[in-house]
Design a protein around this ligand. Structure first.
Ligand SMILES: [Zn+2]
Length: 437
């Protein structure tokens, strides 16, 4: 009798221990009511479309940070804040003068891409001279020099006066540029030159929201779960709608997934690898949030990235399915499918490859560095009616989402990521030599 009692007690203790570690009923953590609560908050009119450089996006960031805190995630580098802040620089043109072989040039024929507020250069400044000649493709040549990392003086053939005068409108805020490019419209090739350009440089503050779940035995190997929380803000009203671009699908849905996955993996407590949960900013304005975030990691330590973008609608295959961009570039998709065997859920390779989605989302920076970094989505990208009718419209509201299906997708990501999170599977890497071709 005593022995039996002891056995029962051992079993009970065993059961309790199991539920504390490794035995979580997924439906208690990832369910429609959680999905709805988070989605509703992020896509509410109060968030005013979560546009960068507005107080409303700060409201969204605070909400996500509070969620991370209540889940029990750690802050990055134990900084005490979930906000990963960084700045972009916006340069506003003030004045420009140039002498080419002593001859003054018109201000409107001088355009500089620089984050230096007071640029003064001459033939002795080490700028490489380049030319855009009559008949060249103006914009592709021009942006090749802007994207390169050297200082250039570009002499532009005067036949491009119209294109040249459109250049200032292509200037966008960006990270601090280590180099400057000066374009001058002229038909001469000067031996000597003196150029002076002044800009007002203002700092624009942005923030990703990042929460960490430290790994148990492989803490220096990272698995990233991400979505972007910014959207388009307030714009022109649609005929039938208000003017708030709620972005319920784009990408409050991905952000909702990140929060629910964080909660699940925290409770599951089986991550041998360190899990990083991140809500990116400024995806809609050029992917600045993911670019900044990606630079904080040694890519060789990032074992996988699950970027989640627009999962609120049914995919082209209907319910319980989603696609993975860049599927064939690593075996991560195959690992996820293996872990879903016997379930009703299917992951498919991205069917819209001509649109290069793999390179157009927040996974791209790390993928280009070899990380198995993929985007999971249900977004339909064909001609109407096989598209997303509310994409980038004020009508991208919670009422248009299938929250039950979205919850099933989040659960499928949670289950399928298990062996990677627990360190049992390591996806192959993107071959970076192929990407450069
Ligand atoms: Zn978008």
């Amino acid at each position: 009798m005593h022995v039996l009692k002891a056995k029962i007690l051992t079993c009970l203790i065993g059961a309790v221990a199991l539920s504390a570690s490794g035995q979580v009923n997924i439906d208690n953590v990832i369910n429609v009511s959680q999905t709805e609560r988070i989605e509703k908050t992020l896509s509410s009119d109060e968030m005013k479309g979560r546009a960068v450089f507005t107080p409303s996006i700060d409201k969204a960031a605070d909400f996500i940070a509070r969620e991370f805190k209540s889940i029990g995630l750690e802050t990055p580098d134990n900084s005490g804040s979930y906000l990963q802040e960084f700045t972009l620089l916006r340069s506003t043109f003030l004045s420009a003068t140039a002498l080419l072989d002593g001859r003054p040039q018109e201000t409107k024929n001088i355009v500089a891409f620089t984050t230096n507020p007071h640029l003064v250069i001459s033939q002795d400044s080490g700028y490489q001279k380049a030319y855009i000649r009559a008949g060249d493709n103006f914009f592709s040549s021009a942006f090749k020099y802007v994207r390169d990392d050297k200082d250039y003086l570009v002499l532009v053939d005067s036949s491009f006066s119209k294109e040249m005068h459109r250049m200032p409108s292509f200037k966008r805020p960006g990270f601090k540029q280590p180099h400057s490019v000066v374009f001058i419209l002229t038909n001469t090739d000067p031996v000597s030159y003196q150029i002076e350009v002044k800009h007002d440089i203002s700092k624009l503050r942005l923030a990703n929201v990042v929460g960490i779940l430290p790994g148990k035995s492989k803490a220096n190997e990272y698995v990233i779960f991400s979505g972007h929380y910014d959207h388009l803000g307030i714009g022109k009203p649609d005929a039938r709608m208000d003017s708030i671009y709620n972005g319920a699908n784009d990408d409050a849905s991905g952000t909702t997934a990140v929060i629910e996955l964080a909660s699940y993996f925290k409770q599951l407590d089986r991550n041998e690898r360190t899990l990083v949960f991140v809500a990116f900013t400024a995806e809609e304005t050029g992917g600045y949030g993911s670019q900044y975030f990606s630079r904080q990691y040694n890519p060789s330590k990032v074992m996988a990235m699950f970027n989640i973008e627009m999962i609120g609608t049914q995919s082209r295959w209907g319910t319980n399915s989603a696609y993975i961009t860049g599927y064939e570039k690593t075996d991560m998709g195959a690992i996820l499918e293996k872990n879903l065997q016997g379930s009703k859920f299917r992951f498919y390779p991205d069917p819209y490859t001509p649109q290069s989605l793999f390179y157009r989302s927040d996974n791209a920076t790390l993928a280009r560095l070899g990380v198995p970094a993929h985007t999971i989505s249900t977004s339909k990208m064909e001609e109407p009616p096989h598209d997303e009718p509310n994409y980038h419209k004020p009508s991208d509201e919670i009422g248009t989402l299938d929250l039950t299906n979205m919850t099933e997708i989040i659960k499928a990501i949670a289950v399928s990521a298990g062996s990677i999170v627990e360190g049992r599977d390591t996806p192959t890497r993107v071959k970076t030599e192929e990407l450069r071709k």
